[in-house]
Design a protein around this ligand. Structure first.
Ligand code: HEM
Length: 424
């Protein structure tokens, strides 16, 4: 074993979803950045993978999509048997085929279908709709008796409603969508997975397939509706889209709906809750931002850095190459540790401190390069609007219990944030 291999206990931490619900993962990242910033992990039951922990390396790999493609190996961390099972089912390492799993030339053909829609000027047209949803969420929050679980009472539902609004899903189906996203993304968390017992890889794959099939059935019906009755929503764009002159295949259409419904929800919930956690625990922050609402975008940006809801994505190498003095071979698998990049001491002073005065805030929670988050402007806007509405009416807030995290090495965030508050 050469000296590029990282210690076994750190490798085990990287694949242990419960470590992502505590500071254990940040301790591991800190050690890696200092001692082996691009090391090889060889955890049990997994193929070896390079662990990319430095801000600069995450950007370099993300920017170079031809050398580090997404379609070849699983884009999320998986066990050997998990990947084998996905291959047996779909013939690829992926259970779904969305933008995230595509490389060029397909990736740009699919991304171009909705890219203009997600640009700032276009997203801004939704501002009135989104403000109405924010006012509704804030009104319900303020009607609570001064104590609540901010995740369950606000942060989970508001982003869900926004994303369902832009997709065109009717409100009676929101609970079903919430359950599906949690099953897909939080499937490794003991409290949200369908079965409470530990699952074998085979059972786990079956759960995911059942969830994907639910999505497929549901959005198949939405597509049929939008073909006969087009509206001003993303479902209409996806349902009527053509790729190379032919209708988008059903498998890819399901992938498209799935990525927007899922990527746009849990992620934004996490950073929305993270901002409230900071407000509840940072002396003077609430008063400062409330009296200077122009600081709300800083609050949002720092909440996104601090929470980094998407913890990891994977890439593979399409050719032999070298980064940070390490020889990476064609076919090697790499883990981009966004939350480590966002705490990199070389880029962020006092990286573990929540600090709204970081200018510029070079957080990389939205990724970089061709796959840079399509929903980043929407995410920032919906969080800004919610906090504009909320802070104007919030006199005080403090923690009222112990916050708890979702256990997942993929998308994670607060699962519970008990707070006590007073309104103005
Ligand atoms: C704070 C909130 C969010 C975070 C932290 C986040 C994070 C990310 C990251 C890291 C990626 C890169 C994937 C890769 O490199 O493989 C990504 C891609 C993506 N995100 Fe987000 N996201 C957020 C909100 C949203 C929202 C609100 C939407 C849409 C409603 C959205 C839709 C997408 C889509 C469609 C992609 C795939 C882009 C592509 O592969 O070309 N995201 N996101």
């Amino acid at each position: 074993m050469s000296d590029n291999t990282i210690p076994g206990e750190i490798a085990a931490t990287l694949v242990n979803s419960s470590a992502y619900a505590t500071n254990e993962i940040f301790d591991a990242y800190r050690w890696l950045r200092a001692n082996n910033p691009l090391g090889l992990a060889r955890p049990e039951k997994h193929d070896p993978f390079w662990v990319v922990t430095k801000h600069a390396d995450i950007l370099e790999i993300s920017r170079n999509n031809a050398l580090f493609p997404s379609a070849v190996r699983s884009t999320t961390l998986t066990t050997q048997s998990g990947e084998a099972r996905a291959r047996a089912i779909t013939g690829t390492p992926h259970l779904v085929r969305s933008l995230v799993q595509m490389d060029e030339p397909d990736h740009m053909k699919y991304r171009a279908l909705t890219q203009a829609w997600f640009m700032p000027q276009s997203v801004k047209k939704r501002e009135a709709d989104i403000r109405a949803l924010a006012r509704e969420a804030v009104g319900q929050f303020l009607a609570l008796p001064g104590r609540c679980d901010f995740v369950k009472d606000v942060a989970l539902y508001y982003p869900l409603k926004v994303v369902m609004n832009i997709l065109g899903v009717p409100s009676q189906d929101f609970p079903r969508m919430l359950r599906l996203t949690q099953e897909l993304f939080g499937a490794s968390d003991p409290e949200t997975k369908r079965f409470q017992e530990a699952l074998t890889d085979e059972q786990f794959a079956q759960v995911l397939i059942a969830v994907v099939n639910d999505f497929s059935d549901y959005f198949g019906n939405i597509s049929a509706d939008r073909r006969s009755d087009p509206r001003d929503d993303l479902a209409t764009l996806i349902a009527n889209a053509e790729i190379d002159g032919a209708p988008m295949p059903q498998f890819e259409a399901t992938g498209y709906y799935t990525i927007i419904a899922t990527a746009g929800h849990d992620t934004t919930s996490s950073s929305t809750a993270g901002a409230m956690w900071a407000l509840a625990t940072t002396p003077g922050l609430l008063e400062r931002v409330r009296s200077a609402p122009a600081l709300i975008p800083n609050l949002i940006e720092e909440a996104i850095r601090w929470t980094t809801p998407v913890r990891t994505f994977m890439r593979s190498a399409s050719a032999d190459t070298e980064i940070r003095g390490r020889r990476i071979n064609k076919g090697d698998w790499l883990m981009l540790c966004y939350a480590s990049g966002n705490r990199d001491e070389e880029v962020f002073a006092n990286a573990d401190t929540f600090d709204i005065d970081r200018t510029p805030n070079r957080q990389l929670a939205f990724g970089f390069g061709a796959h840079l988050c399509l929903g980043q402007h929407l995410a920032r806007m919906e969080m800004r609007i919610l906090y504009e509405e909320l802070l104007a009416k919030l006199r005080s807030v403090r923690l009222d219990g112990t916050p708890r995290y979702v256990e997942s090495f993929f998308v994670t965030g607060l699962k519970s944030l008990p707070i006590a508050f007073e309104s103005m």
